[in-house]
Design a protein around this ligand. Structure first.
Ligand code: CAA
Length: 380
């Protein structure tokens, strides 16, 4: 598969890198400490066209391919993964599904605003008792003729309190199992919608994560996405693409930690020479580079498969599994290379290490990725 980057790809990568350094880097430590939402960063991501970058131009988006998306996600995640998850949840989990499976009316009413960032979106699947086991939805959408009545609680929702619209996965007919699940577009200002307090997290501390509660919320019939009973498959297909987004986030975290460790290893001297002249450090840097390059190839391959409309579910799961493991392993190594300095906030690597952990958990834990991969192997 040809993964050569075009001039356009290189330009967007450079623009994202420059943006992350100029806009997101100042204040990233303070936002992380305070758990403060990156208001200005998100405003400027809208101006840069990153919010809604994967939506086609027909609906007012950037019309960019998945390779561009991976490059932008990687560069932003090197500096600020809280900002990149906001971007990823919006593009991968909300915009893509509506464009792929929504009605023309839904696209005109919602996607056009999501594409420009006038609306932010959140994807509501996880529940207090339904995380990995996504078929065990307790949130109910009861058919009332011209509308559904939605009741339930969703947990760990990225963009939970800042979103203007939610894509909510809910049970409509418990007897039918996964075929009795549907996906709905719910306006955040609908009567009966409320949000919990912002979660106080280990990492990605400045992104907005909270519970979203629905109590007797009227959802118009025309806001159901796709045919009756399509909601579980909708969620699975959406997560396949989401996993490419999280893989690129993990890639950025790993590559960011590597860049910092490499730079530090040139500056810091011990026993009379730069620390990278000691094999103990040089070998760590070599391992980092190899693993990051493997992770990058998997992630770009999954993106390319999606761009070419080839099946990408397996490659996305492999990319997410590998990159998140690489991110976790090598952010720990980057801290180690920094020694005591790595343990303090000023040097950034401790934050990257904390941020890495969530990439092994959300949009399917590492164990879920292995399940998807193993099932695919058994089918062959
Ligand atoms: N694409 C299309 N259809 C799919 C599919 C896919 N990728 N995966 C499964 N399906 C279909 C199956 O074909 C099957 O359909 P049929 O019965 O018609 O054949 C149906 O869905 C049920 O499939 P399974 O029997 O495989 O379902 P399962 O209950 O065993 O679950 C699972 C499979 C992989 C474990 C799935 O539940 C899963 O991915 N769980 C993890 C959920 C997850 O990622 N949660 C994270 C929440 S989102 C988040 O983190 C958001 C955020 O804010 C960042």
């Amino acid at each position: 598969m040809d993964l050569t980057l075009t001039e356009e790809h290189n330009n967007i990568k450079e623009a994202a890198r420059e943006f992350a350094q100029r806009v997101l880097k100042p204040g990233v430590i303070e936002r992380d400490t305070k758990g403060e939402y990156p208001v200005e960063g998100v405003r400027q991501m809208k101006e840069m066209g990153f919010i809604g970058m994967t939506v086609s131009e027909k609906y007012g988006g950037g019309g960019m391919d998945m390779i561009s998306y991976v490059l932008v996600m990687e560069e932003i995640s090197k500096i600020d993964s809280s900002s990149s998850v906001i971007l990823s949840a919006h593009n991968s989990l909300v915009c893509w599904g509506i464009e792929a499976f929504g009605s023309e009316d839904q696209k005109q009413r919602y996607l056009t605003k999501l594409a420009t960032g006038d609306y932010m979106g959140a994807f509501c699947l996880s529940e207090p008792e339904a995380g990995s086991d996504a078929t065990s939805q307790k949130t109910m959408a009861t058919d009332q003729g011209d509308h559904y009545l939605l009741n339930g609680t969703k947990n760990w929702i990225t963009n939970g309190s800042t979103a203007d619209i939610y894509v909510v996965i809910a049970q409509t007919d418990i007897e039918k199992g996964h075929r009795g699940i549907n996906a709905f577009i719910v306006e955040a200002d609908s009567q009966g919608v409320s949000t919990g307090p912002k979660e106080d997290k280990l990492g990605i501390r400045s992104s907005d994560t909270c519970s979203v509660m629905f109590q007797d919320v009227k959802v118009p019939k025309e806001n159901r996405i796709g045919p009756d009973g399509f909601g579980f498959k909708y969620a699975m297909k959406t997560l396949d693409g989401g996993r490419i987004g999280i893989a690129s986030q993990a890639l950025g975290i790993a590559a960011g930690a590597y860049e910092l460790a490499l730079a530090y290893s040139h500056e810091r001297k011990s026993f009379g020479k730069p620390i990278n002249q000691h094999q103990a450090v040089a070998f760590k840097l070599a391992d980092m580079m190899v693993d990051i390059e493997c992770a990058r190839l998997l992630t770009l391959t999954a993106a390319k498969q999606k761009d070419l409309s080839l099946p990408y579910s397996l490659m996305a799961a492999m990319a997410k599994l590998k990159t998140s493991e690489v991110a976790m392993k090598h952010t720990v190594e980057a801290v180690q290379i920094h020694g005591g300095y790595g343990f303090v906030k000023e040097y950034h690597v401790e934050r990257l290490m904390r941020d890495a952990k969530i990439t092994q958990i959300y949009e399917g834990t590492s164990e879920i990725q292995k399940l998807v991969i193993a099932r695919s192997i058994m089918k062959k």
